[in-house]
Design a protein around this ligand. Structure first.
Ligand code: NAP
Length: 307
């Protein structure tokens, strides 16, 4: 059975990644798009709201929710009420309580809910996880930096409450870290640098703790870095593991490891198709929990305005 899927929220990630991944996967048919501001992909029926899509009577099996995290819960409730399966872009919601409500709504509706952490589908992540399984962790650094002007041009919602600031990309690193580590991590302390004219941080430092987490384990997140750096470095039992390019490349003791040459979204959509076919759901809220804890514990520092 082909899954008739609609994209809800036609912004940067929908256009750049979701449309090609859906068109490249024979398990799916791109049946519609929903956007208030933009027409969808050429030749695909476009609607201004989920209500309009429902009213059209078009056959839809699933939706990919690609709007902002603050908007995700209402869209998810509406989609589940319509009887559709739901794929959520990261982060699944702006708060843990709302994310849990979506999980409960999906269970009540008996529909598939997939919280897709796209970076977990980066090609080198499974190999890194396999290498670390059952191992002692000796050191840990997550270094996640990029230029906000390059990657988020004109996006205002990232600076508003619920927009996550530097944790919009930073949660990707935390999704990989929580996937590959053989032990659970917690945030022990945080320092959040927020521009004087903004609501969300432009940079952050997190200290990690927990059984099996070595002293000094920490994370650096910065949106003022001209050169992208999406790295995780882990020392384990005398070895050095370095994941770079957001989980696309893996070095062990300085030697590059062979990994499949594939993007993140094709395997993410394959997983969604599997879940729909099997009647299962997959939702891991740990990355969102870590960010929430950083906001709960974080020391606030005001830095220069960002324009
Ligand atoms: P975006 O280009 O800003 O668009 C996302 C949606 O936000 C749009 O579909 C639009 O809804 C709504 N929107 C856009 N501008 C708005 C405004 N000024 N006021 C209110 N709503 C506005 O965002 P995006 O980069 O695609 O990110 C969407 C989600 O994907 C986020 O959760 C993000 O974390 C995630 N994501 C982004 C990237 C990336 O590289 N950009 C990568 C992976 C995941 P309408 O379509 O209804 O107009």
């Amino acid at each position: 059975m082909t899954i008739a899927i609609a994209i809800v929220g036609y912004g940067k990630i929908a256009e750049d990644q979701h449309v090609p991944a859906i068109l490249g996967n024979p398990a799916f048919r791109l049946a519609a798009s929903v956007s208030r501001r933009r027409a969808g992909p050429p030749g695909v029926p476009a609607f201004a709201s989920i209500a309009d899509l429902r009213a059209s009577g078009l056959k839809i099996d699933a939706v990919a929710l690609c709007s902002t995290p603050v908007e995700r819960p209402a869209a998810a409730f509406e989609a589940l009420d319509a009887g559709w399966h739901v794929l959520m872009e990261k982060p699944p919601a702006a708060t843990l309580s709302a994310a849990r409500q979506i999980v409960a709504a999906a269970e009540a509706a008996g529909r598939t809910l997939f919280a897709g952490w796209h970076c977990r589908f980066a090609p080198a992540v499974p190999a890194a996880k396999a290498l670390l399984a059952g191992r002692r962790i000796d050191s840990l650094l997550i270094d996640w930096r990029e230029d906000v002007r390059k990657w988020h041009p004109g996006q205002q919602w990232i600076w508003e409450p619920g927009g996550f600031g530097v944790f919009d990309p930073g949660i990707n690193g935390l999704s990989v870290l929580s996937e590959i580590l053989p032990v659970d991590i917690a945030v022990a302390a945080a320092r959040l640098e927020t521009p004087a004219n903004r609501q969300t941080p432009i940079a952050a430092r997190l200290e990690f703790s927990g059984p099996g987490i070595p002293a000094g384990a920490h994370g650096l997140f910065d949106w003022r870095e001209p050169d992208d750096r999406w790295n995780i470095r882990i020392g384990f039992e005398g070895h050095d593991l370095l994941l770079t390019h957001g989980g696309s490349r893996l070095m062990v003791d300085g030697m590059e490891q062979p990994v499949p040459d594939e993007g993140e979204y094709p395997p993410l959509y394959r997983r969604f198709a599997e879940l729909v076919t099997q009647g299962g759901s997959e939702v891991d809220l740990r990355p969102l929990q870590l960010v929430a804890d950083a906001f709960l514990l974080g020391e606030r520092v005001t830095v220069a305005p960002f324009d």
